[in-house]
Write a protein that binds this ligand. Structure first.
Ligand SMILES: Nc1ncnc2c1ncn2[C@@H]1O[C@H](COP(=O)(O)OP(=O)(O)OP(=O)(O)O)[C@@H](O)[C@H]1O
Ligand SMILES: [Mg+2]
Length: 269
């Protein structure tokens, strides 16, 4: 039985796809058979970030419509034999996803995978509600700004009421907070909410803090999940997140403002 993880947010553009790619790769690297699914039908971003866009033949909607089998549609990652990508369709509309169809695909994946990571579109439209419906765990990606935090709070209500676990009165979905695009310097200047501010509002278990980092854009341009850039701050922060998710105790990093020395400013240290 796979554990189904939804990566979700209220507000768009906060880092869900970046996070889904990084966490899926991180879990695979730790030896877990992992599938990552793009629920953002019509946009297709995940395959770009994973660097497999040219290998897409069949997609999630083809599998739901029984035009292809799951094995035909899954793309094996070139860097990790434990990782598979199920891309989204670029041409269909969001109504192509059905609760029954998504349930069938997740049920089949559950038989052979340890983890299924669902990269959700933002908000509460159909793709997003279906991505979270079958989840066991939810990672709520939030940026340290008021609008993002407020929209995350709204998502918590939906997770608690509109999921399969809620309907069947099973144990509730486990919710984790992931703060991304965090800049200790901007927090110090009062331009961003601090980790404590956000936790006070959402009171969720903090899975990690990902710094705002140029490494993320570089990685996505290269089609490489940023977690593979283990020299980068964001890559290291995502590695910590995966370790924490798997139950390791890892102290939080990249939260404190580090005053750069003249040497650091001159040489980018
Ligand atoms: N830690 C980070 N540091 C710097 N830039 C980041 C970081 N995380 C994400 N980004 C950038 O923010 C933008 C949005 O990221 P991403 O596509 O992962 O968000 P998303 O939540 O999946 O968006 P959507 O809601 O449209 O699906 C991208 O340009 C990405 O490179
Ligand atoms: Mg996305």
């Amino acid at each position: 039985m796979a554990r189904i993880i939804v990566v979700t947010s209220g507000k768009g553009g906060v880092g869900k796809t970046t996070t889904s790619a990084a966490i899926a790769m991180g879990l695979a690297k730790k030896g877990h058979r992992t599938a990552v699914i793009d629920f953002d039908v019509g946009l297709r971003n995940l395959d770009l970030i994973m660097g497999c866009e040219r290998r897409v033949v069949y997609d999630f909607v083809n599998v739901i419509n029984e035009e292809a089998s799951i094995n035909q549609a899954l793309i094996r990652d070139k860097r990790s034999e434990n990782l598979f990508i199920l891309p989204a369709s670029q041409t269909r509309d969001k109504d192509s996803l059905t609760k029954e169809g998504v349930g069938r695909v997740l049920g089949a994946l559950s038989e052979t995978f340890d983890y299924v990571v669902c990269d959700s579109p933002a908000g509460i439209e159909k793709g997003a509600t279906l991505a979270m419906y079958y989840a066991d765990d939810a990672i709520i990606v939030t940026n340290p700004e008021v609008s993002s935090v407020r929209d995350s709070d709204r998502m918590l209500g939906i997770l608690a009421s509109k999921s399969r676990r809620a309907e069947t009165a099973a144990e509730p979905i486990k919710e984790y907070l992931l703060l991304t695009r965090y800049s200790p310097e901007r927090v110090r200047l009062g331009e961003m909410l601090s980790v404590n501010d956000v936790q006070e509002i959402l009171s969720l278990h903090l899975l990690g803090v990902i710094p705002d980092s140029k490494a993320v854009l570089n990685a996505s341009n290269a089609g490489t999940p940023v977690i593979l850039d283990d020299k980068s701050d964001a890559g290291q922060a995502y590695a910590d997140v995966v370790a924490r998710y798997l139950g390791e105790e890892v102290p939080h990093r990249f939260i404190e403002f580090q005053k750069r020395t003249l040497f650091g400013r001159l040489f980018g240290g």
